[in-house]
Design a protein around this ligand. Structure first.
Ligand code: HEC
Length: 489
């Protein structure tokens, strides 16, 4: 024993004396240092059948990419994360620390050595693609009824299909996930809960204007005559001005449905003791907003929805407050294009809350700083859980401000370089309790100028729509009501 530790002291002494000459030997290695960083922070996307172009699960995987890895982590392009670190702390923040970045850079500069010892083991991922952190398979699965064929090239517009919601009571869920079925060919999927637009039934029709014929689209109810159709469309026409605030709120909350599929984001898991409600009692259909992308070869995509049921006896309901741009001062909004008669007829609950008010302005041509402010207010003491922002390619930056009833202000989140390709729910590491009467504002700026490299048409007025060449303002905050528990389950 004594001999052993004496020897160790001597070895350390030698290393110390010759430090400059052995700097290379002291550089980080894959097995000792870098491998675990890559597995923890990159493998969720960089593995087979996931969104990233190459796996990073082993030394053999990572070695050929060493220079690219250095460039992407040093510039903070990878892992993708967009919150300004000066504001807020988020539990799903996947960005690397300065020390981790320095370690990776040093490793690459030293020739990306493998090092001694065994390589760190890659985590196990569910073969089925479900990503609940417990490893559990979902309790409830809704398969999309058709396998969609994505052509090898060309652009497929965003489109909506409707499938019947297979239950008519309230499903209390602790987690949900939308699995794309084909990661490479899927840009994103959002789901929502809706009812059939007035005068419509589920049938066979074009997936989008001029698109292929498919099942699961709303078609005019053949049982309706022309007069009945006009009458049934009338309420939708005045929706933007006449809807009562509670209906708007519920619609905004339910728009989320089972949530989205967003690249790199897995199951959406509620906190301990929390549940979300999927209101089968209010809605009859799931709307699937599908955005596919060509990969160079024909692809088949069949998404599905998984839900994990809330099992705890007493669960706290997580609610969603959509920030209404209609409450902005002035006229700075992303306005919807004027609707045609046919569009008015099919404008259903899914469009509610999107600003159907015809007096609003679109984003003007060449405008570099179009500002949209949405506001929401908490009527009860509330606990803010997470924040979400969504715009398309003209989205430039977002700032979330909290104003306490005494006028104090706090920046909850700042996204200085919004990127349409990456949509994160920003989950507060410490859920924030705010008193009744607090308000939240989400201020978005849009760049419709030529300086925006992704802008497809700076000369055009930009209206609201789901299509990525139009734009949207969709921001909401998930919260619980402080001290509220529900005993039903
Ligand atoms: C949330 C998903 C996600 C995570 C996490 C992620 N990546 Fe990526 N990565 C992607 C996607 C998607 C691409 C391809 C598109 C792009 O470049 O934006 C990519 C591209 C790259 C590229 C460029 C590949 C090329 O073709 O040139 C490198 C290098 C890279 N990632 C390294 C990393 C490293 C290192 C980490 C962890 C420290 C990481 N990524 C974490 C999704 C991710």
């Amino acid at each position: 024993m004594r001999v052993h530790s004496a020897a160790a002291v001597i070895v350390a002494g030698v290393a110390w004396a010759s430090a400059p000459a052995t700097a290379h030997a002291a550089s980080p290695t894959y097995n000792q240092d870098v491998g675990s960083i890559l597995l923890e922070n990159c493998a969720s996307c960089h593995r087979p059948n996931q969104v990233a172009p190459m796996p990073l699960l082993s030394y053999q995987d990572a070695r050929p990419w060493a220079r690219a890895i250095k460039a992407k982590v040093a510039s903070r392009e990878m892992p993708p994360w967009f919150a300004d670190p000066s504001y807020g702390t988020f539990s799903n923040d996947i960005s690397l620390t300065d020390d981790e970045i320095a370690m990776i850079v040093e490793w690459v500069d030293a020739g990306a050595p493998e090092g001694d010892g065994v390589s760190p083991e890659a985590p196990r991922f569910s073969d089925a693609g479900w990503s609940h952190p417990s490893g559990a398979e979902p309790d409830y699965v809704i398969e999309f009824p058709i396998a969609w064929e994505v052509p090898a090239d060309g652009e497929t517009p965003n489109f909506n299909l409707y499938t019947p919601l297979p239950f008519d009571d309230v499903l209390r869920v602790s987690a949900t996930q939308v699995r794309p079925g084909n990661y490479a060919a899927t840009h994103h999927i959002t789901t929502g809960l809706v009812n059939m637009p007035p005068g419509k039934v589920l049938g066979t029709g074009p997936a989008w204007a001029g698109g292929p014929l498919v099942d699961y689209v709303p078609v005019t109810d053949p049982a309706l005559d022309a007069d009945a159709l006009t009458a049934s469309a009338a309420p939708a026409r005045s929706a933007g001005t006449a809807l009562d605030p509670e209906a708007l709120e519920e619609a905004a909350a339910q728009r989320a449905g089972f949530g989205p599929y967003i690249p790199g984001v897995g199951a959406d898991v509620a906190g301990p003791g929390q549940a979300r409600e999927i209101r089968g009692d209010l809605f009859d259909y799931v709307i699937w907003n599908l955005h596919y992308q060509a990969t160079g070869k024909p692809e088949i995509a069949r998404p599905s929805i998984g839900a994990w049921l809330a099992t705890e006896e007493r669960t706290q309901r997580v609610r969603s407050l959509g920030l209404r741009e209609a409450t902005s001062e002035g006229r700075q909004l992303v306005a919807p294009a004027p609707m045609t008669a046919e569009e008015r007829a099919i404008a259903g609950p899914s469009q509610v809350g999107q600003g159907l008010n015809p007096t609003l302005d679109p984003i003007p041509p060449h405008e570099g700083n179009w500002t949209v402010t949405g506001i929401g207010a908490f009527q009860n003491d509330a606990v803010i859980q997470s924040l979400f922002v969504h715009a398309h390619v003209r989205g430039k930056d977002f700032t979330w401000l909290l104003t306490y009833p005494d006028g104090r202000e706090e920046v909850l989140l700042r996204v200085p370089n919004y990127d349409f390709d990456w949509q994160f729910e920003y989950e507060l590491a410490e859920p924030l309790r705010v008193p009744a009467g607090s308000t939240v504002k989400s201020i978005a700026r849009y760049d419709n100028s030529r300086n925006n490299r992704r802008n497809p048409a700076p000369q055009k007025e930009v209206y609201w729509s789901e299509q990525s060449w139009d734009d949207m303002y969709l921001t909401n905050v998930r919260y619980t009501i402080a001290d509220e528990t529900s005993s039903e389950n």
